[in-house]
Design a protein around this ligand. Structure first.
Ligand SMILES: NC(=O)c1ccc[n+]([C@@H]2O[C@H](COP(=O)([O-])OP(=O)(O)OC[C@H]3O[C@@H](n4cnc5c(N)ncnc54)[C@H](O)[C@@H]3O)[C@@H](O)[C@H]2O)c1
Length: 251
């Protein structure tokens, strides 16, 4: 059990990567609070996760809203007394040509993907500090490492997550709190379905664009998040963990 008795908050945990991470954390002995803006999906996910462990709580949250973060921290402390781990996972993905991006598009993307991570750091780091040590994992993307057509908004948001991770890691290293970012390529969640439709590429074509011949699975990302949440990664902070079938670094 790599996370025995640790208390973890996972945002956007009703589906995809967040859900698989909540499941794996529970299997590894953690007590998990997962949040989502989608109440119904959150309740369905809660029923599934309770088959694994009763040490799980769902809190409805829009990560872009500061008051919602205050509620999440309060409910986590009421239920489990402390916080050791934060996975800033919630995010949205929109592909659009630059001239078509509206101010609403831009503000929504920044509100969820950037402000959401900032508020998570602001409200949860002081709580982890009280426990004495801990780990934060921020979901960036390979879009936070390299440019791609149609990705101005998303790339800007994930680039911000990459650097916020390093700035926060610098501020909290001496306090025993490690903060790292993950950078997945396409993972087979509803985001990859959206990419397939929007880019007019079949799943097979998306698979073939990766040197390893396929997109990633949410379970594979969850294992990386577990590594970063646990003491197995005790000497890593401010670092970028890429899982992308080789697409960023090899030809
Ligand atoms: N799937 C991919 O290909 C991929 C690749 C790189 C990075 N990522 C990143 O990984 C993270 C998770 O992606 P996923 O593929 O599991 O996505 P997903 O769409 O399957 O799940 C995201 C969850 O976040 C929730 N959410 C959306 N807005 C929210 C908000 N304002 N507050 C709280 N919850 C909110 C959604 O309801 C959903 O349940 C995202 O940050 C995403 O950008 C995904």
């Amino acid at each position: 059990m790599k996370l025995q008795d640790k208390v973890a908050i996972i945002t956007g945990g009703a589906a995809g990567i967040g859900f698989q991470t909540a499941l794996l954390f529970l299997k590894e002995g953690a007590r998990v609070v997962f949040t989502d803006v989608n109440q119904r999906a959150g309740e369905e996910a809660l029923n599934e996760l309770k088959k694994e462990s009763q040490e799980v709580l769902f809190v409805k949250q829009d990560v872009s809203q500061e008051a919602d973060w205050e509620t999440v921290v309060k409910k986590t402390k009421e239920a489990f007394g402390r916080i050791d781990i934060l996975f800033n996972n919630a995010g949205i993905y929109v592909i659009k040509p630059i001239p078509e991006i509206t101010m609403d598009d831009w503000n929504r993307m920044m509100g969820i993907n950037v402000t959401g991570v900032f508020l998570g750091l602001k409200h949860v780091l002081p709580e982890i500090e009280k426990t004495g040590s801990g780990s934060v994992i921020n979901a960036s993307s390979i879009a936070g490492l390299k440019g791609s057509s149609g990705h101005l908004m998303y790339g800007a948001s994930k680039g911000a997550v990459r650097l916020m991770t390093k700035d926060a890691a610098a501020e909290y290293a001496s306090k025993g709190i490690r903060i790292n970012s993950i950078h997945p390529g396409y993972i087979t969640t509803q985001m990859a379905n959206y990419a397939s439709e929007t880019l007019n590429l079949t799943k097979r074509e998306l698979d073939k664009s990766y040197p390893l011949g396929r997109m990633g699975k949410p379970e594979e990302v969850a294992k990386m998040v577990l590594f970063l949440a646990s003491d197995d990664s005790a000497f890593s902070t401010g670092a970028e963990f890429v899982m992308d079938g080789g697409v960023t670094n090899i030809v």
